[in-house]
Every structure is written in C-alpha cells, then in structure tokens.
Design a protein around this ligand. Sequence first.
Ligand SMILES: Cc1cc2nc3c(=O)[nH]c(=O)nc-3n(C[C@H](O)[C@H](O)[C@H](O)COP(=O)(O)O)c2cc1C
Length: 547
Amino acid sequence: MQEEWIKVCMSSGGVAAGSEDVMAAVEDELAQRSLAVKALRKMGCIGCCHADPVVEVKPKGGKPTIYERVTPEQAREIVAQHFQGGQALESSTPTDEMFPHQVRIALRNCGIVDPECIDDYIAHDGYSGLRHLLADAGPAGVIEEMRLSGLRGRGGAGFPTWVKWNFANKKQADVKYMICNGDEGDPGAYMDRSIMESDPHGVVEGMILAGFAVGARQGYFYIRAEYPLAIERVQKAIDAARSYGFLGERILGTEFSYDLEIRLGAGAFVCGEETALIASIEGKRGTPRPRPPYPTDCGLWGHPTVINNVETLSNVTAILQRGGAWYGSIGTPESTGTKVFALTGKVKNSGLIEIPMGTTLREIVFDIGGGPISAKPFMAVQTGGPSGGLITKEHLDTPLTYENLQKLGSIMGSGGMIVIDEGDCVVDLAKFYIGFCAEESCGKCAPCRVGGKRMQEILEAISEGRAQMSDLDKLKKLAHAMQKASLCGLGQTAPNPVLSTIRQYAEEYRQHIEDRTCRARRCVALVKYQMELKKQKAAAAPAGAAS
Ligand SMILES: Cc1cc2nc3c(=O)[nH]c(=O)nc-3n(C[C@H](O)[C@H](O)[C@H](O)COP(=O)(O)O)c2cc1C
C-alpha cells in the first residue's frame, strides 16, 4: 500500500465539474517540485457530488484528508502546503469524518481503489476468495452464504437473490446465462453508474460468482450507451480479469469456464425491465413480455437466465468475502444489509449515500443530507422514483425498510430519493413523473400507452386551472386500471406518484381545481399578478428639464 497519495475524483460528476483541470494542475505542480508523480491517482466517486471536484490527500505519515470544490489554483496550494509541507489547509476534512452514519459495503471501494488498475483492486482484497469459492465451496456453498445474507435485489423489486440463483441452479440445462442490469433509467438515480465507474472489478467479481452459482458459461453486462465512462471501465476490468485468469477457460485451474461481454442499451427506460432487456440483447425491439415464464426458466435465447442489478452484484462480492451471516447481521431481520441512495433535490449535501437498512429518513435528510438547502421548510421525500411515492414529514422517523416504505404507500425502488420543500408543488411533481412514464412507455399494451397519456393530460388541466373536481375520480380510475392491466412494471407502477400525492395532499389538489391557485407558485398558469397603482406626487421638476 502506498504511503502517500493525491487522489482526484475522475467520475462523470467530477469530470463535469472540472476535475481534469485539477488533475493537470496537480500533475504540473508535482513535476515542478520534483515530487513523486506516481502518487497521483484517479479516484472514483466518493458520493459527495455536491462538492465536486473532490481531492483526497495523504502526505507521508499524515491522515487521509478530503478537499471539496477544488480549483486548479487550490490544487497547487494543496500540493505545496499539504502534500509537501504536511500542513493541512483550513478547508480540509479528515476522510474518516466524511461519512457519518454511513456503512459502505456496495460502495466500499468507491474513491478508494483506482478503477482502472486491477492490481490496486487486488491490493484491497479483490478476487481474494475466488479460488477457494470456485474450488472448495462449490455453487451450493455460494448459494448458502447468499441465503444467510438475506440480500434482496437492489434493482427495485427486492426479490431474494439466493432464491433466484437457486431456481436457476436447479434448472437442468446445457446453456445458462448471467446478466448484469446496468440500464439504470430512473430519473435522479445514478448509483449503478457510479459503482461501475468507481469499482468495476467489484461488479465483475460479483458476476463471476453469480455465474458460477447458477452454472452459466457466459455473462453479459447490459449498460446504457449514455454511460461511456462506465462502459470503458467495465471493459477494461473484464480484459484485465481475463488476463489474470479470473475469466476464460478453466478459471484459476478449476473446471469452471466463464466469460463476460458488454451489450449497450440505447437508453429506453423500459429496457431495464428484465424481459425487455433480454429482447434487447437478442437484437429485437426492447419490449416486455408477460411473465411467467420467468427468465430463470426461459430467458436469453430461451435458456435459463439470471438478471441482477449492479448494486446487488457489488454486495455479492463483499458478502462472499466476509460471510453471509456478517451481512445478515446488518440492517433489520427482513431487510438486511445496506442500501445506496442517490440523495438529491432540496437538500444541502446531495450525492450518493449508503446506510444500514432501518436508518430513519430524518437521519438521512437532516444528519447526512444537512437539511433543506434553502430557508423553505422540508415537506417530503419522493422515494422509489417514478414507481414510488411521497413520504411526508409526519413519517420522518420511520425506519427505512422494504416493508415500511410499502406500508407508507411508496417503495424502495432502485434508490432515487428526492427531497422536496415548501417551494415545490405536488401536482407539478406528479405531472413530471407521469410525463416521464408516458414518454417512456413502449406502447405495446394499451393501459400503459393510453392510460399514462390521459393521466398526463388531466394533470396538465389541473395545473392550468381547466379541471373539475370530478377529474380527480377519473385520475384514480385510470390509475387503478393501469396498475391492474398493464403488461409490465412500468405501467403497473407509473400511477404511484399520482395516487400518493392525491392521497396525501388532497387540499393542494382542491386549491388547484377550485381556487385556481398554486401554493408554491410552480404552476405558471395559476399565478396571478396584481399591479398596484400608487398616486405619485408630481415631482417638482426643475424648470426646463426634459419630461
Ligand atoms: C420499467 C422498469 C425498469 C427497470 N429498470 C431497471 C434498471 O435500470 N436496473 C435494474 O437493475 N433493474 C431494473 N428493473 C428491475 C429489473 O426488471 C429486475 O427486477 C432487476 O434487474 C433484477 O435484479 P435484482 O434482483 O438484483 O434487483 C426495472 C423494472 C422495470 C419494470
């Protein structure tokens, strides 16, 4: 392990905020001072996305320390004063104080390892247990550890991972496939992209272990084409793993042969749905089909197939390193382990966080997120993205678990979490989500294709002061029909944010419809302007002045 380093966040967020210039400035300053340029490392996302570009410094004998919103000029100062001089600048925060309340398992390597260096991953225990698991534990041993862990899929539905693997393992078939779902289309969510960019080997290792457990010879990463950095780094990780004998024929001298390839998604939300994703990999139009049969029975090209989410697979690697019982002891009995959330919206510290299941929303929004970003009071949190609903301030102390969120009329989803304050309008929010789903509907089934559009039109009428109270009943009827009759999860869950806001903010809907007012003044058509004409005293204009 290196004794001294400077790491610059080179994730998509960091690069967008200017970290390439920061990197160049550090490089130049190190060279000018004839300091060890090899100490300079690329870092993945540590989650403090509001503070990009982020730089971490550890001088010889010193503690790792983080700097936020670093400019190229500051970067030079950090090199001179902290890295070389050993004197931390005032604006620094010790790294171990950076993540209060967080437990980083899926994100354990993000910001720690160089995502483009397999040796660095190995130096951080990567691939350490692979030989033993493949040679000694066998698929049954791997699945048993997963059962003990209680891990539920992090892609949205929360299905127990070991059960899915067990189905596929028991299925008699010559050909089976493993797929990593890196499509991630929920607005506001970028956990999976960040993990693939920051710790690609963690996911590749998870894919190897999953493929081994289910008996696959081939695995695919399905990654949306809008994630070029994730694609590049996962490809590098696959190539490096193959060159080290972790992929390919007779892996590490065992009977197990397995390889990985990437397939690109064109960016349609519905292609994250597992049957649509399979169709897309097969080269067909990415539309869903009815289930059963489930992919574990009849998946890619008709063969048994397991699909897991990126975060799920990143957890798998940690679980099999440290044991299922260890993971199962974190969180709550039914919702074990941790969950990564993309905390965004009206909150001071937005970014990625990973917390034990059972943490309350209050801890997330106020202790980790730092509370509302403006003087406007906190109002609610939208969890579960377009498939979820609002958790209001009365429920801030509810422990976050799959079960509790469902009881409150929302879901965990993939982990998008948007904080809204009194400056936001719930009709506007509902309109945004239903508009997204209507736009993303594949059109294959009428309830989703037509229902989403009609709901969008009614919400537009409400936000423009053209609706009647009876339209709320129409909205509810359409919502229930969509939930019951849609072919896939997109249409079945699209009405959730609308129903959730109607249920919890009935008075706001009434105000829009009957009073033609929008409390938050977000619905532009309902904003009224008044001119106050005051009598102006005729100013005593100097004689001869122009009037
Ligand atoms: C419209 C729609 C979009 C979805 N998008 C994703 C996605 O982007 N990533 C993902 O992992 N799962 C997504 N899912 C869930 C997948 O269909 C599937 O349940 C999941 O990938 C299984 O992995 P897990 O068991 O590890 O959660 C989506 C589901 C629906 C209905």
